[in-house]
Design a protein around this ligand. Sequence first.
Ligand code: SF4
Length: 407
Amino acid sequence: MNWQQPIPREYTSLPTATVVERIAARKAQLGDQLVILGHHYQQDEVICFADVVGDSFQLPRDAAQQTAAEDVIFCGVHFMAESADILTADHQQVLLPDLGAGCSMADMAQLDDVQDAWVAIHNACRDQDNFKLVPITYMNSAANLKAFVGENGGAVCTSSNCEKILRWALGQKTSDASPATPDPSLKIIFFPDQHLGRNTAYAMGFPLESMVVWDYRHADGNGGLTDEQIRAATFILWKGHCSVHQLFRPEHVDQARAKYPGVKVIVHPECRWEVVQKADLSGSTDLIGKTIAAALAGSTWAVGTEVHMVNRLAKKHPDKHIMILSECQCLCTTMYRIDPPHLLWMLDNLAAGKVVNRIEVDSYTKYWARVSLQRMLDITAGIAVSEPPTPIPPKPSRNPLRVLANS
Ligand code: SF4
């Protein structure tokens, strides 16, 4: 849990025009020493100050390339700032304007719960010869979960490369692992978004029956599953979700089609399976943006993703009719906590030589998180997965990542 101290009242009581003017002046003063990153879901009043706009993986990579910038202000959420700290150089520091800007999905996969599940699944499968469990985590997860995955032989994925990463994981024991020939002794545990895992595996041809959901809140300590269910599954999906994308429901697709004949429906794969099945297309924020940019003038699009991104797409492409799939408030409320007053407060502090809200990942967690991210990059590039670099940093006395080898 991160606590944000209230910022001084002078910032919240300033007229908007003054805040905007002062942010612009501070940015100019700090020059190349500073880079401001803005996620696609960020509000317009903040995104207008971003030097780079992108998704949760593009932005940390971009920050790492801008080595002249010692101060990286991440206008996103906590796990994104952690990723930036993992990927940037030692002389760069990553700051989050409001520590309360977390991600409900990332928070659903706490390391203790993950470690307990890991042990329980191994226990359930202890009689399976050469049992292997491959952990895969979505980019939208805490640094310590990425590190757990790295230390236990798995990889990170994004919504763009998830299929490639799952294919790599399925090929860990046999080169022809497929929906037709599943290997019962090989399983994938997918964190933290059940929907991305389910939608991707289904699109690869795996039936829903090959997937079970691990409910980390279930009192039985077995994710609400029997040992038989665990043993029969190929995919164990963590019971996490995005509180924004889960708001889209199948009836919203029906309503859009009834109201706008010929409408194309495009949704993010964090939406429920039932929504993705009814949509015309599903893909990452990057794919959504590119698809709409390439669409014919005059075409109509109902888009199932965060409202700020949809509104910006509509503004950017006035020749097309673009709307959000549902009229519900599909807003990332945690990211919305980052507002111009917090940004100005942070910039004023930087200009005064004071660093506030620095996000720092410890060196051991950073090492293993980098391993899981590097595996993702290698797999996506189609090259052999590199070995973890040496030397491995010493474990802290209280190791935050318990290593639990495949039995
Ligand atoms: S949109 Fe969903 S997954 Fe993305 S930061 Fe917000 S809560 Fe997390």
